[in-house]
Design a protein around this ligand. Structure first.
Ligand SMILES: Nc1nc2c([nH]c(=O)n2[C@H]2C[C@H](O)[C@@H](COP(=O)(O)OP(=O)(O)OP(=O)(O)O)O2)c(=O)[nH]1
Length: 139
């Protein structure tokens, strides 16, 4: 049964558009068995207690993609706010153009570098759709 509106929790997730030298952004496919499986998303994850969203992105890029970056290399672009059935998502989206290493999927997820105007060819979580025009404008 879905939760009543007023008891839905607010989930803070920090995500990152990693940009390469050609102005393409990296998306990752959510693995089978997870919520929203098969959808293409921006790397990131839940902000853990005591973390800033920027620290979350640095950690998640290391865990998911084995690349290193720094808080100072993250620029805020926009945010997603979406009411999912069981929680309300608030997701700042950062842009990162400076990082060390070559992204390699650490959790079996498929990865793709995509031009922002092609992002609509990939099914993304509903929260992500409003983010696409900001990336098209930027890149
Ligand atoms: N990383 C990321 N998450 C997104 C995007 N769009 C979107 O709706 N989400 C949602 C999916 C999840 O409910 C939540 C991210 O949680 P997560 O990836 O850390 O955690 P998860 O559900 O995979 O579960 P777990 O790793 O904690 O087991 O945010 C996106 O572009 N990137």
């Amino acid at each position: 049964m879905s939760q009543p509106e007023e008891s839905k929790r607010l989930l803070l997730v920090a995500a990152c558009a990693l940009v390469d030298g050609d102005g393409r952004v990296l998306i990752a496919q959510r693995p089978e068995g997870k919520q929203l499986a098969g959808m293409w998303e921006f790397p990131g994850g839940k902000v853990e207690p005591g973390e800033t969203p920027e620290e979350t992105v640095v950690r998640e890029l290391r865990e998911e993609l084995a690349i290193e970056t720094k808080v100072a290399c993250l620029a805020p672009l926009t945010f997603a706010s979406h009411a999912y059935e069981s929680f309300n998502l608030l997701m700042p989206l950062f842009v990162c153009r400076r990082y060390w290493g070559i992204p390699q999927a650490q959790e079996g997820q498929a990865l793709k570098w995509v031009r922002p105007n092609k992002l609509r060819d990939y099914p993304m979580p509903p929260a992500d759709e409003p983010l696409i025009p900001f990336l098209i404008d930027l890149l």
